[in-house]
Design a protein around this ligand. Sequence first.
Ligand code: C2E
Ligand code: MG
Ligand code: MG
Ligand code: MG
Length: 286
Amino acid sequence: RAKDSLGQDLCLFDPAMDEDKRSRRQLAVDLRGAVERGEMRLLFQPQHSLKSGALIGYEALARWHHPVRGVVSPDIFIPIAEETGEIFAIGEWVLSEAARVAIHWPSHLKVAVNLSPVQFQQGDLLQRLIAVVLDAGVSTRQIEFEITESAIIADRTKALYILRRIKALGISIAIDDFGTGHSSLDTLHAFPFDKIKIDRFFLRQAATSSQAVAIVRAVLALGKSLDIPVLAEGIETEEQIAFLVAEGCEQGQGYYYGRPQNAPSREDLGRAFPPPTIEGIAGAGQ
Ligand code: C2E
Ligand code: MG
Ligand code: MG
Ligand code: MG
């Protein structure tokens, strides 16, 4: 669709677009106070070691239960929350809820919580995060924050300051959706990341695109040179696991292992997947 120099849509009379805008504006109004009204839910998606199949933790993913529209996806409401500032309340709620759930888990299992770039603009972000974690009583070793490169771009010095202090507390940091944003090698070296999450786009393309395979390999080489694990997002098939293991990828997350679900049960926490077969690995990706 055509855009003007400000990136705004030129189709001013598109009735569908107006409807979109109206609906977005209404959602922004409805979102105000959603946390206090108890409309937010947290789902948990498992993360596994690819080789052993062992469970290593869960990513916490927010859902908004709108009183009229039903469940609203975070791809819709997080950008709105970032615009209106509601993300501060939501972000704090997500962390406290994640910590409240993870405190019942074996100590080797982590909960990964997404931090919005907008939260980095909050002057007292560190104090607030610490207060929430201390209040929940969970070990900081069980918490991981997932951030995207856009969190760093606005103010690198400030972001580095915040991330160093988060790490000093024992909380680990993953770089999320790696490869899609303004990824630079420079950033990876300068920032204290504990994990790279490669965006699910590349895995989906890998079956048909040699370029995507090359990108997956490059990210894995990067992880190796930095001595940090790489987690592949969006694993849906055993073939993908075999390919990833053959390429040296250590961790994964996706519908194959489990969809985002309510707080895991005791049985869920003991769950492992059988390691991929040797034949599968030998036949994959060549
Ligand atoms: P993300 O952090 O990259 O989360 C992974 C997304 O991929 C999740 O979508 C998950 O359901 C989806 N996914 C996982 N495995 C598969 C798979 O095998 N196939 C496919 N097709 N998709 C898979 P979800 O839950 O809709 O979340 C979307 C995005 O919304 C997240 O992307 C994250 O950026 C954002 N988000 C979710 N919860 C929060 C939150 O509490 N705070 C912030 N700031 N952002 C959040
Ligand atoms: Mg994430
Ligand atoms: Mg991601
Ligand atoms: Mg994403």
